[in-house]
Design a protein around this ligand. Structure first.
Ligand code: ZN
Length: 469
């Protein structure tokens, strides 16, 4: 497809002199996915600086039937932010202000293009916490976080992006502005429309600003790294520690030994934190008030868990540097796996209690399909989200291995579906998982999603070809 020159000129005028670029060099990084997995192209990147400009742009797109792809920090993993068919790109990057922090009300209002790390810093500056914590926080944006319902490491305690949004400002496909920047905890006035746009990946409207919940800044952080025999022991240990802390656990990450071995082999400056190896590892972090002896509570439960054979060995971070070193083991997994060679990735979630059964069955199934394939499961055990990644067999041809991606995904996702889980826990659908939507979403749910899409975007101009099969 191509956008007519007169439409391009109208869009440029609507976005203002600094509000667009058609320079291929400036556009290039915005049409490439950061891992090089997805490539797109566009004749025009719009960079509006206000909600009014976004509205003007979308009303022209609606009138002329011009498709448009909204983009935040371009950190998405499923291709949702890429203009594959030459659509106009709508970057929210210039709308990057934190407009207002209300410490007493425990919320802030940020524009869609605000970088997540800047929002975290604004909260911290007011003595509070914005708890969304994901690997890309230095470059991802609030608008993207909401549009993809980002998850990450603190979901167990604070929920996903969806749970952190008090209010939203959204521009609809025809340019209509929905001002829903309310900051209420109770608002029982019918359908919660803001939730329609969260996790919609820009297919129903463009998020331009959000009111976000803030929380008390932790005075005391306890981080412990433990070796356990199997995932069932990890879950049992988590529930004991959760009870010991009164529900103050903010993160609970699981790592298979293979993953830790890859990190130790490939990432400089890492070291095994325990005296001996274990089949599985658990990284648990809890935060609370200074006067509550979290560490003492954990030590007590860990020693009893050791007596019961649930935990082999454990170490507490004794300093901020040690805490960072423990987290580096978890956060380097993707990079270490990349250095080991090709990998096929699955971002799945399950009821927590079914994770041990899944890991056992899925490991058997994928290694039966590709002998020598090396599963590298890790992830957010506490909220049921496992990144069930599979490294290629040693010495395997990368292209031949990656050609099995779809067949492998069917095996893993069929199993997840049968166990009441989800084929996309936190990365979204984009283009990567559209076929899974057709395969696993129930017919009535898909019909309702399509009806909503037709109602809100009758000309199908907003991120066409994404999310819906
Ligand atoms: Zn994750």
């Amino acid at each position: 497809m191509s956008v007519p020159p007169q439409v391009i000129e109208r869009l440029k005028a609507a976005a203002g002199p600094k509000g667009y670029t058609d320079d291929p060099h400036e556009i290039a990084p915005h049409v490439e996915e950061w891992r090089g997995k997805f490539h797109g192209h566009t004749p025009l990147m719009l960079k509006p600086s206000s909600t009014a400009e976004v509205s003007a742009v979308l009303s022209i797109c609606h009138e002329t039937g011009t498709p448009v792809v909204p983009q935040g920090g371009n950190t998405g993993l499923v291709g949702g932010q890429i203009p594959f068919a030459g659509e106009v790109l709508l970057s929210l990057s210039r709308m990057n202000r934190v407009r207002h922090v209300d410490a007493a009300g425990a919320y802030l209002v940020a524009e869609a293009g605000a970088i997540l790390a800047d929002v975290q810093a604004a909260a911290e500056g007011a003595g509070l916490l914005f708890p969304l914590r994901i690997a890309s926080e230095g470059s991802c944006t609030i608008g993207g976080n909401l549009s993809t319902n980002a998850g990450g490491e603190n979901v167990l305690r604070y929920g996903t992006a969806r749970d952190l949004a008090l209010g939203l400002q959204v521009v609809l496909a025809d340019g209509t502005v929905l001002d829903m920047l309310r900051t209420l905890h109770k608002d029982n006035t019918g359908y919660d429309l803001k939730q329609l746009f969260i996790g919609a990946e820009g297919t129903l409207g463009v998020v331009t600003a959000a009111a976000l919940s803030l929380f008390p800044k932790p005075e005391n952080t306890v981080t412990v790294f433990a070796g356990v025999s199997d995932p069932a022991a990890a879950i049992a240990l988590l529930s004991r520690l959760q009870a010991a802390s009164g529900g103050l656990i903010s993160a609970c990450e699981v790592i298979a030994r293979f993953g830790l071995d890859l990190v130790l082999a490939h990432i400089p400056g890492t070291a095994h934190p325990l005296r001996s190896h274990a089949p599985w590892y658990l990284l648990v972090e809890a935060t609370g008030p200074a006067r509550f002896d979290l560490r003492g509570a954990f030590e007590d439960r860990l020693s009893r868990a050791a007596d019961d054979g649930l935990v082999a060995d454990a170490v507490f971070a004794a300093s901020e540097a040690q805490r960072a070193a423990l987290w580096k083991l978890r956060e380097s997994l993707s990079e270490a796996q990349k250095k080991e060679g090709a990998s096929i990735k699955h971002d799945i979630s399950l009821p927590v209690a079914r994770i041990p059964e899944f890991l056992e069955k899925a490991t058997a199934a994928v290694t039966a399909k590709i002998p020598g394939a090396r599963p590298c499961p890790f992830g957010h055990l506490g909220d049921g989200n496992i990144h069930f990644n599979i490294s290629a067999p040693r010495g395997a041809d990368a292209a031949a291995f990656l050609a099995q991606w779809e067949a492998m995904a069917h095996i893993v996702h069929d199993m997840v579906h049968a166990m009441g889980g989800s084929y996309s826990a936190e990365h979204g659908i984009g283009v990567l998982k559209r076929a899974d939507m057709a395969r696993y979403k129930s017919r009535p749910e898909l019909d309702l999603m399509r009806a909503l899409k037709r109602t809100l975007d009758p000309k199908n101009i907003l991120n066409p070809g994404k999310l819906l099969p």
